[in-house]
Ligand binder design. Sequence first.
Ligand SMILES: [Zn+2]
Length: 135
Amino acid sequence: MLKKGNKLYSILTGSCPRCHKESMYLDKNPYHMGKIFEMHERCSHCGLKYKIEPSFFYGAMYVSYAVGIAFAVAAFVIANLFLGADLITTFIAIIGTLIVFMPVIMRISRNIWINMFVKYEPKVSQKKTNIQQNE
Ligand SMILES: [Zn+2]
């Protein structure tokens, strides 16, 4: 399932949404908090500019609500239904999950957001030099 060419690949790995060849981020590890939002200006492989327009990634905040809720629901199901925790413990588990996974949630939201606007282009992925020269 997690192959290049699948949007999920780009979303989960944070790779360039157009060619899937390299990471959009300077530091792949979202838990290096100082660098969580530091991205390359453009893809060195296909030349895609990640920040399509000024403040493009503000829209990712809306996505992060949905992603956050998905994580909260998952925490609820695991704590309450699988582990049989009471409501207070479940609540704490949900809060804890959101805090622990916040860097991941923010990264995934950005990745989903840019993947809504940029399509994977296998041809771009294969030939590299032409596009870069034309940019
Ligand atoms: Zn690229």
